[in-house]
Design a protein around this ligand. Structure first.
Ligand code: S3P
Length: 429
């Protein structure tokens, strides 16, 4: 993908595909409910096909027509296909959430994924699931930081679970959700805490479906048919909107609106950071859809200045860091990101990948163990590599609006935002 630089401001109003985190949960929880769920604005991309495909292999197929997902649930029972091998593609959310469902329902199955997914750490779910009594076995592998840890394939056999109290060592919504889902099938209450404001979609949706999760305490379901099916429209993905918002932030004179975005406060770090950098961000028309706050987000560009991103703010913008790094590359001063070691365990080691790719475009960037620093105004352009990471591909493409950039391997963006190029083009007209 080669992006044409522009000095014409970005203008207009667009929508983005439905939120991926919600889409994963909708499909999985619908499968665990009794009855038929019907959800519109459901995104069709690599990662959402991974969850639907895995559920299909386990015996719970779904259809997706004109953006409407239809799925007839199996209840909170062992999945219909015993001994299935469910392939999760590149999607760690699919694997970690499904792991909780397999353990909780006492299913016999194997979860596997792409080469990239096989390298991602699964000890964060395998160990606490085993503490609950689950019969789950991982495969020894090497994580991004060279540790020998449990990785995929993961093998599950039925075993009774007991509720536990567990504090996660990492601020991971995937790990927390995995345990919360498993706890629905345990004997006795469980309580889980995480060290940071991780996204709370699992709690919101499961509660709306009839589960009892209060103050981190998960009560087991009364019966396999306790979860009600889901109906509604998925809010837009703030994580996809982020690329468009950063695009508008770096091109002077821009003013764009992204309509119908999920503005759950656990996900809006990107808006707070862009505001702190000097962009004008306005949230309007706030309402609720599927238990989530939804609004139109308008961004007007302004001179960008460097910021420090640390602590809880990192958790609230964990997926948006590659896009924000591009905003930092065009800001005045040195932006510092710290407390962000989790970035090393994403689709790529995102700290190393952002540093390498921004350097390839001439930027002055330094790498630290838990973050990076970016000197604004030093990026010149060149060839960037997506490295098999959809978010890196789109971030580097956005950079190309200001300096000449070719992104090698950009097709990976189909994993999450297949309509990225036409949507960006619509704003550049
Ligand atoms: C997600 C949680 C985050 C995020 C991922 C989606 C989720 O991962 O990076 O894109 O839907 O729960 P971690 O839980 O590993 O931080």
């Amino acid at each position: 993908m080669t992006v044409q630089t522009t000095d014409r401001p970005l203008k207009g109003t667009v929508e983005v595909p439905g939120d991926k985190s919600l889409a994963h949960r909708v499909a999985l929880f619908a499968a665990l409910s009794e009855g038929t769920s019907e959800v519109s604005h459901y995104p069709d991309s690599g990662v959402t096909r991974a969850m639907r495909g895995a559920l299909g292999s386990l015996g719970v197929p779904s259809s997706l027509e004109n953006g409407v997902l239809r799925l007839k649930g199996n209840g909170f029972r062992p999945f219909p296909v015993e001994g299935a091998r469910a392939f999760c593609g590149n999607s760690a959310t699919t694997m970690r959430l499904l792991a909780g469902a397999l353990a909780g329902t006492g299913s016999t199955a194997t979860l596997d994924g792409s080469e990239g997914l096989r390298r991602r750490p699964m000890d964060r779910i395998v160990e606490p699931l085993r503490a609950m009594g689950a019969d789950v076995r991982g495969t020894e592998g090497t994580s991004a930081d060279g540790r020998r840890v449990a990785c995929a394939p993961l093998y599950f056999k039925p075993a009774p679970l007991t509720g536990i109290e567990h504090s996660l060592g990492i601020a991971s919504a995937q790990a927390l959700s995995c345990l919360q889902i498993a706890a629905l099938g345990a004997t006795g209450e469980s309580r889980f805490t995480a060290p940071g404001p991780v996204r709370d979609h699992t709690i919101r949706l499961l509660r709306a479906m009839g589960a009892s999760i209060v103050d981190g305490r998960v009560a087991p379901l009364d019966s396999p048919s306790s979860l009600r099916p889901i109906r509604g429209r998925l809010p837009g993905d703030i994580s996809s909107a982020a690329f468009l918002l950063v695009a508008a932030a770096i091109v002077p004179g821009s003013r764009i609106t992204v309509r119908g975005v999920c503005v759950n406060p656990t996900r809006t770090g990107v808006l707070d950071i862009l505001k702190a950098m000097g962009a004008c961000v306005d949230i309007s028309g706030e309402h609720e859809e599927m238990g989530e706050p939804v609004a139109d987000v308008t961004l007007e560009s302004g001179p960008l200045k460097a910021v420090v991103v640390e602590g809880d703010m990192v958790v609230r913008a964990i997926d948006e860091m590659p896009a924000l790094a591009v905003a930092a590359a065009f800001a005045e001063g040195e932006t510092v990101v710290r407390d962000a070691r989790e970035l090393r365990y994403k689709e790529t080691d995102r700290i190393a990948a952002i540093v390498t790719q921004l350097r390839a475009l001439g930027a002055e960037v330094a790498e630290q163990d838990d973050g990076l620093t970016i000197r604004g105004g030093t990026v010149r352009g060149g060839i960037a590599h997506a490295n098999g990471d959809h978010r890196l591909a789109m971030s580097m493409a956005v950079c190309g609006l200001r300096v000449p950039v070719t992104v090698a391997g950009a097709e990976i963006l189909d994993e999450s935002f297949p309509s990225f190029a036409p949507t960006l083009q619509a704003l550049c007209r």
